[in-house]
Design a protein around this ligand. Structure first.
Ligand SMILES: O=C(O)CCC(=O)C(=O)O
Length: 257
């Protein structure tokens, strides 16, 4: 078995040993730079860009489904060792990537680099919470000063808290709400080296603060479903969003036993 820190079911997250080699990480990172600059090697655009060329270079750069645009990014997230590791960690027979995003946090951006406290299910009305997870692959060494992803230990068991939002940069206001509702909660930073991964459940609260280190903090975020995931029918523009899981050139199955 793997030497894992923290307990996914109990704490809501865990930290892995090294999964990816330095050369795999470097290639993916170069691919990501291209995508950020609008260079799409495959000719396919990302699903969504929350940062565009000409925008503030100190803001957090979030791009959805960059694996469609670049082969090196695709190779990273479809790596068979990674798929097997995810399957063993969450106890699944099948792992499918249904979404991905890159989160590039430039150094020195202050609160422009913040990601507010949230739980992933806030944005996923079409999934039941169990059986869907997120893997965060470190493409740079992440230390406390880099603005690591931070998890609230055991918050995967909490009720929803009003006022939490990924896109809200006001972490201080959110911290006050958390203190009021869950005084004494324990925050753990995912300080992991390049090539290591943190994995979290869809219900754990997490956020990240400013990057005051000397270089960018770069993460490739892989959202995956398993053989035990269940869809929830939704109305409106997201009705057919998950139909793309039927297309493996968008949502690759990376492990099956
Ligand atoms: O990279 C970050 O700072 C936030 C990532 C995140 O929200 C996630 O992995 O679900």
């Amino acid at each position: 078995m793997y030497d894992m820190k923290y307990d996914l079911a109990k704490d809501g997250f865990c930290l892995s040993p090294k999964i990816f080699s330095s050369s795999q990480i470097t290639s993916a990172c170069n691919g990501l730079s291209d995508v950020i600059q609008g260079i799409y090697e495959t000719g396919i655009s990302p699903e969504n860009r929350f940062w565009n060329i000409g925008d503030d270079p100190k803001s957090i750069i979030k791009i959805d489904k960059p694996h469609l645009c670049n082969e090196q990014i695709w190779n990273l997230i479809t790596n068979p060792d990674f798929g097997k590791w995810l399957a063993d960690t969450v106890g699944a027979k099948r792992i499918q990537v249904w979404h991905s995003q890159s989160v590039w946090k430039p150094e020195g951006g202050g609160e422009k680099g913040h990601a507010g406290w949230h739980r992933d299910t806030q944005y996923w009305p079409f999934w039941k919470p169990s059986g869907v997870f997120t893997a965060w692959i470190a493409l740079t060494d992440v230390i406390e000063n880099s603005g690591p992803v931070r998890y609230i230990r055991g918050s995967n068991k909490w009720e929803d808290i009003t006022g939490m939002d990924f896109f809200d940069k006001n972490l201080a206001a959110q911290d006050e709400i958390l203190e009021d509702t869950h005084y004494g909660h324990k925050v753990v930073s995912a300080n992991i080296e390049k090539g290591h991964i943190s994995i979290h459940t869809s219900q754990v609260y997490h956020s990240s603060g400013p990057n005051i280190s000397k270089g960018p903090r770069i993460g490739m975020v892989v959202h995956f479903c398993t053989d035990s995931s269940e869809r929830i029918p939704v109305k409106g523009e997201l009705t057919s969003y998950l139909n793309q899981t039927e297309n493996e050139s968008i949502c690759p199955v990376i492990y099956e036993n």
